[in-house]
Write a protein that binds this ligand. Structure first.
Ligand code: OMP
Length: 215
């Protein structure tokens, strides 16, 4: 595991972003862990998270012109990444969407920079890929070209059909790379021998056996 992946998982556990127990997911699956990115809820936590996103993105070599943070949780995440990139000398435009159309004032569904060029979607977690498909539609409708997806955690679960993960389905369907700071495989490494978390490993392994992607 790389240093920024460990930093990210340590932070997620310290901030209760990553919790263990019994959780019902959007897909209806019952999961022994849950990732709540809304609990990256302080300046320091978002600064560290932004650095972890930036490390992942820059190591990939992916070409992008701007960032898009889907409402609501993606908004501070894309912002944190944008700040981290600026600190590394790369200042890129950032845009967000609203969930409800605004009829007065500036109107419209989008906030921030004009959506154009190669747009990187920055989000929290991928399970079945529903949220990411919505973002792709929004960016295309606004005239941009989605160029990839950067998430914090890839749950590496089977998607809509077959044994592929939702991330692999998105790549196959839209030709978009899906980058993640860490995945379930990294979480399993991280919990191995961990003084506080090793007890959760059997449930994580059983969940992976049941819902994990085969590839
Ligand atoms: P998909 O749209 O199925 O890929 O699931 C992603 C969404 O599920 C996230 O944007 C969250 O709303 C929610 N989610 C989490 O936030 N954390 C998890 O660990 C799991 C889920 C989930 O419900 O699958």
């Amino acid at each position: 595991m790389q240093a920024h992946q460990r930093t990210f998982l340590d932070l997620a556990v310290a901030r209760d972003v990553l919790r263990f127990g019994k959780f019902t997911l959007k897909s209806g699956r019952i999961s022994p862990y849950f990732f709540n990115a809304g609990l990256f809820d302080s300046g320091a936590a978002l600064a560290t998270l932004g650095e972890c996103y930036a490390e992942t993105l820059l190591a990939s070599g992916l070409d992008f012109d701007m960032l898009f943070g889907p409402a609501y949780k993606g908004i501070p995440l894309a912002t944190a990444l944008g700040v981290a990139l600026a600190r590394r000398g790369r200042d890129v435009p950032i845009a967000f969407n609203r969930k409800e159309a605004k009829a007065h004032g500036e109107g419209g569904m989008l906030i921030g920079a004009t959506v154009r060029g190669r747009v990187l979607i920055v989000d929290d977690v991928i399970t079945a890929g529903t949220a990411i498909r919505e973002s792709i539609d929004i960016i295309r409708a606004a005239g941009g070209t989605p160029c990839g997806v950067l998430i914090a955690l890839d749950r590496q679960e089977r998607g809509r059909e077959g044994g592929r993960s939702a991330a692999q389905e998105v790549t196959a369907e839209f030709g978009l790379p899906v980058l993640a700071i860490a995945g379930l495989a990294d979480l399993l490494d991280f919990t191995d021998g961990h003084p506080a978390l090793a007890a959760h490993r059997p449930a994580l392994l059983a969940y992976r056996d049941r819902y994990g992607a085969s590839a």
